[in-house]
Design a protein around this ligand. Sequence first.
Ligand code: ASP
Ligand code: ASP
Length: 351
Amino acid sequence: MQDLISMRSISWQDAGGILRDSAKMEQLLKNPKKCAHILENRVIANMFFEASTRTSLSFQAAAMRLGAKTLVFSSKSSSAAKGESFSDTIRMADGYSDAIVLRHPCEGAAQLASEIARHPVINAGDGANQHPTQTLIDLYTIRKLKGKIAGVKVALFGDLLHARTMHSLLFGLLMFKAEVTAISPKELSMPSALIREAERKFCVKIPCMARPELKNTDILYVCRVQKERFSDPKKAEVAARAFRVDAQLLKSAKKDMAILHPLPKVAEITAEVDLDPRAKYFEQAKNGVPVRMAILSRCILGKGKPIRQKSAPRSFACKNPSCILQAESANQRGVIGADNIVRCRYCEKPA
Ligand code: ASP
Ligand code: ASP
């Protein structure tokens, strides 16, 4: 494996390999000297064009634990603010480092960067599209808590329309045969094209509901309303009031249900829930370091096979206003998904 761009394109073998390597990294971290040579003398460029706390810090911590050095870029204090193109910034970072960790507000930015850079590119969140490293942390956490992923009943709850964590996780969970339910207020429901694609790809039916029904749920996975992706902030506030996890809601849930959240949490989980032993989100965040160590070493040391994108049809014009191609020119091509639908090679949206 070289690049990690999307849960659509990672193979089951690579994803499983990362989960296994993560467990090994967690063991090694008990005696940090044992992992300090794995990426010795490597330089990793952390390129953050959008705000981040956990992803940026945990990637830095992971790189340092492996003996690598990091370059930290933030678009606000760089030439990107002077109007430098994304492609030029990536070319430059590629020349300075052995791998690029990229977060960007545009969908498809990571795929485009991987075509420009000679070194591995790891997607640390591209707009509302994907956040595959978060998904691998989530899968690792579920497996640690429940001993398995297959058959585990997972309820995705929150802003399923905009949250890239949810879009990635849907594919990750189905890849490992979890049973997924989507719960959200109607105006924040999972995009229907995504549901259709996942159902066809994995031959399952995903129940979608507006009210939480937690009686049989093993994992409640919550996310905040992604207000930065709303054009009207008032709508985001209204949406945020429409769902909340509180002690009352948890009364109907199993005693061993686990509550996960990619963080940051805002108002969707009340403070009393933090004290409930079922709240496992800080444990989940801590898993970010060994999982990102596994991802960095696998991408940089090149274990596993590179995935070939399926051949591209002749022409494709992406109409997604959030696609990176609206800002950068690249050779536009479409790819055919497992559901036989053509989608943009970059932002992964159907025409
Ligand atoms: N967006 C979250 C944060 O800022 C987590 C992340 O970076 O992925 O912490
Ligand atoms: N940290 C996650 C992300 O960067 C979730 C969030 O920001 O709500 O997507």
